[in-house]
Every structure is written in structure tokens, then in C-alpha cells.
Design a protein around this ligand. Structure first.
Ligand SMILES: Cc1cc2nc3c(=O)[nH]c(=O)nc-3n(C[C@H](O)[C@H](O)[C@H](O)COP(=O)(O)OP(=O)(O)OC[C@H]3O[C@@H](n4cnc5c(N)ncnc54)[C@H](O)[C@@H]3O)c2cc1C
Length: 405
């Protein structure tokens, strides 16, 4: 089998006939909210704003969902990414508890919304199990104790339980509920359609070049025209060149994802229960999930962003590396081939949390930026925070994700 490199199967396998052909933006006009970026964050926010009765326009520079959304591994995780102990050390126990509880609610709310809207995106509930080897066991146990002390919903597993459940060797593991796997591209397009049904206007191939503001309003200067508004939601993944001043908050990283060919039934039986997302505490960490058609998806091998000219060679090397690392976890998959290997860049924040909310140097702007490897959930968290802010009713707890944290 030949591996397809650089292609996301979620995007490739979506039927072209069902893909909406959205117009380019043309003309000058006004809107209650203008959303810049049509990934999962932009589309979830467009739905939330339109459902709240706000006149909403969304502009994407390319095609909806084809940024990091369509290239993610498709985990709707109940945890924001960084360790609880690290967030508590950086921002205090209360803030860490809020961040983790908000994320868990975000995963549950996101899943409930996708179900309620009838969006077919292979949404599957599961648990997340984070395993540690002997040399990492102490760190994992401290993390577990800290989360328990904070009242978070987490349980511990011993080596034998991990072997029975997951079919792999580990010294200890941490198990948390409220996770889901999904097809992120379908989820994104489904939310976009739902937003359009609620009256949001969506445009593709309509890059925003600049946002100018006065004391009374902001003008969003896009290819094709200008939109006057009092709320610009920037959901471009990381700070783009239009927001140079904010770029120092993000470290450019890239991550890799591999999807295997279908795992034969005889091998599957040796790999334990499939209703789990598997993670580990290595640096960089791995995440492993199953798809509905019996494939394994493994993500990891994160590193600082590399120059485009070296990407192709690196992609082949990283795909091989991820397959090897998967094999060390699951020796039974020996001989299994990678069918897809792809990568994407993201902007990592210093503490691993998203920046969601207003910035004092940018009147009328609301940002939802910093989605790294764990933030499909962040899209739903951001949508709620943004709608509250646009309606002038922010929650004090939202400051945990603010620029002044
Ligand atoms: C390889 C990879 C794997 C990942 N895996 C996971 C995972 O397993 N689980 C998880 O929870 N998260 C994962 N993530 C993160 C997750 O995919 C994203 O953070 C999440 O989908 C939200 O994306 P977004 O909408 O914020 O950004 P994006 O999907 O990147 O969307 C941003 C959009 O903004 C548009 N845009 C940019 N500039 C402009 C402009 N000037 N004008 C108009 N539009 C513009 C782009 O065209 C793009 O469509 C992963 C990320 C990567 C890169």
C-alpha cells in the first residue's frame, strides 16, 4: 500500500457533491458580528451568534474547515492540553480548576450541540486514558493527586487494568470521562450549515486584509468589500500577519498525524477496548484513537515549525517515526501500514491555553486563538465566551482564558 502524504482523509473522503460552494464576499455593508476564519472555532461561533439573534457574517480566506480543523486528529477532549499542575503553578489553583471544568463542559456541550443539530460527524463517546511508563509514573501520580484534590473527575488505573483494558504495558494510568472522537471536517461543515440556517452569511475565498477602528465602530477590510461592525471575532487559529503585535504570544509549532489502514479483526482483538483515546505523558505527547472503520489514528511528534522546503522529507520521516512509536505501544500491529500521513502548523501559547476574549489594544475585537493539538473542544468553549462578550454579559470566570491572565 502506498501512503498518501500531506492529505487529510477527513477532507479527501468528504463527497465533493455535498460540499457547499460558498460565494466570495462583495460590497460594503454592516453586521452585528464579523467572524474572521471559518474553521471549527469560527463556525461554532457563527452558529452561536446567529442562534442568539445577532446579524452574523463569517469570512474565510480559503475554504471552510481546511485549516487546522480538517487536519486535526478529531478529538473532542475534556482537558485543555497542559497538565493541571502546570496550569495551577502558572495561574493558581482556582484558575486551573476553572480551566479544566470549563473544558469538560465544553466537550459535553459541543457533543450535545452536534447531536441536537443532527450533524453526522461520526461522534463517538469515549474515555481518555493517559498512560505512564516506570520513569514517568511519579509525575502521573502527582498529577492525579492534584486533580483529585481539586475535585476533578478522574480515576487511576494500575498496570494490570491498563493491560486488560487497552492491551498495552504501562506502570500506571489516569482515566477521565467525557471525551469524544469525531470527523472534524464534517463537524465544521455541519455547524456552518446550521449557522447559515439561522441566518448567518458565510463567505469563502474572502481574506480579511485589515481591521480599522474608530471610537464608535470597526471596519473589516476584506477582499471584495468592507463591513462595519462593533464586534470582530478573530478565529484564525494563530495570530496572522494582520495582528503582528500579538504574534509574540504564539510559538509556531507543527504536529503530525498518521491514519493506518484498517486493523484486521485478529489484531483488533489483542488491542483491548476501542472506546478510548490513548494519551501518554511523554514530551511531545502522543494521542491515539480509533475510527469507525477500524483504523488507528496517532498524533504527535510535535516540533518547532520547519521551513517549507524540508517539510516533505520530514513528513515521510515523521510518519515512519509515529508508526514505529505506535508499534512500541502495540507490538501486535507489526506489519500494519500507514495509509495517510499529514501535518499542520499551529500557534502554541506559553501556558498551553487558548487566548479567548478582548484585548485592550484592539477595540471591538474578540480573539479566539491558540488552538494547538487539543483544542477542537476550544472551539465550543470559545463560541460561548464570545457570545457572552458580544452580548455585554461576560462571565468573570472567562478571564482565565483572557490576555491578562
Ligand atoms: C495537525 C493538528 C492536529 C490536531 N489535532 C487535534 C486533536 O486531535 N484534537 C483537538 O482537540 N485539536 C486538535 N488540533 C487543534 C484543532 O484542530 C484546532 O485548534 C481546532 O480545529 C480549531 O481550529 P480553528 O477554527 O481555531 O482554526 P483553523 O481550523 O485553522 O481555522 C482558521 C481559519 O482561518 C482562516 N483565515 C486565516 N487568516 C484569515 C484571514 N486573514 N481572513 C479570513 N480567514 C482567515 C483560515 O483559512 C482557516 O480556515 C490539531 C491541530 C493540528 C494542526
Amino acid at each position: 500500500m502506498r501512503t498518501r502524504y500531506g492529505i487529510s482523509p477527513w477532507i479527501r473522503d468528504f463527497p465533493a457533491s455535498r460540499r457547499p460552494e460558498l460565494p466570495r464576499f462583495r460590497g460594503d455593508r454592516a453586521a452585528d458580528v464579523v467572524i474572521v476564519g471559518g474553521g471549527l472555532t469560527g463556525c461554532a461561533t457563527a452558529y452561536a451568534c446567529a442562534a442568539a439573534g445577532l446579524g452574523t457574517v463569517l469570512l474565510d480566506a480559503e475554504r471552510l474547515g481546511c485549516g487546522s480543523t480538517g487536519r486535526s486528529a478529531g478529538l473532542l477532549a475534556p482537558e485543555p492540553g497542559p497538565a493541571f499542575r502546570d496550569v495551577a503553578a502558572a495561574h493558581g489553583l482556582r484558575a486551573a480548576r476553572i480551566a479544566f471544568e470549563t473544558w469538560r463542559r465544553g466537550a459535553l456541550d459541543g457533543a450535545a450541540l452536534l447531536r441536537r443539530l443532527g450533524i453526522r460527524c461520526d461522534l463517538q463517546p469515549c474515555d481518555t486514558i493517559v498512560v505512564a511508563g516506570r520513569d514517568e509514573e511519579k509525575r502521573l501520580r502527582r498529577e492525579l493527586a492534584a486533580r483529585r484534590e481539586a475535585g476533578l473527575d478522574v480515576t487511576s488505573l494500575g498496570a494490570r487494568q491498563v493491560a486488560t483494558l487497552m492491551g498495552l504495558e504501562a506502570a500506571a494510568a489516569l482515566r477521565s470521562r467525557s471525551s469524544f472522537t469525531l470527523d472534524p471536517y464534517r463537524a465544521c461543515l455541519g455547524l456552518a450549515s446550521a449557522a447559515a440556517r439561522r441566518g448567518a452569511e458565510l463567505f469563502e475565498r474572502s481574506r480579511v486584509r485589515q481591521v480599522r477602528f474608530t471610537r464608535r465602530y470597526a471596519d473589516v477590510l476584506a477582499e471584495g468589500g468592507t463591513i462595519r461592525t462593533r464586534a470582530v471575532v478573530v478565529a484564525t487559529g494563530s495570530a496572522t500577519s494582520e495582528f503582528k503585535a500579538l504574534r509574540r504570544h504564539f510559538r509556531r509549532r507543527e504536529t503530525y498525524v498518521v491514519m493506518t489502514e484498517p486493523v484486521p479483526a485478529a489484531v483488533r482483538r489483542q488491542l483491548g477496548d476501542r472506546a478510548f483515546i490513548l494519551g501518554d505523558v511523554r514530551v511531545p505527547p502522543h494521542r491515539v484513537r480509533w475510527t469507525r472503520d477500524d483504523r488507528l489514528v496517532v498524533a504527535g511528534a510535535d516540533q518547532n515549525e520547519t521551513p517549507p522546503r524540508t517539510r516533505n522529507a520530514l513528513l515521510v520521516q515523521r510518519t515512519g517515526q509515529l508508526m514505529y512509536e505506535l508499534l512500541t505501544m502495540y507490538p501486535a500491529i507489526s506489519g500494519l501500514q500507514p495509509e495517510y500521513g499529514w501535518e499542520a502548523s499551529y500557534g502554541d501559547t506559553a501556558d498551553g491555553l487558548l487566548y479567548i476574549g478582548a484585548h485592550r489594544n484592539f477595540p471591538f475585537h474578540l480573539f479566539a486563538l491558540g488552538g494547538g493539538r487539543d483544542s477542537v473542544t476550544g472551539a465550543f468553549v470559545a463560541a460561548r465566551i464570545v457570545v457572552r462578550a458580544v452580548q455585554g454579559a461576560p462571565d468573570k470566570a472567562d478571564q482565565v482564558f483572557g490576555w491578562n491572565r
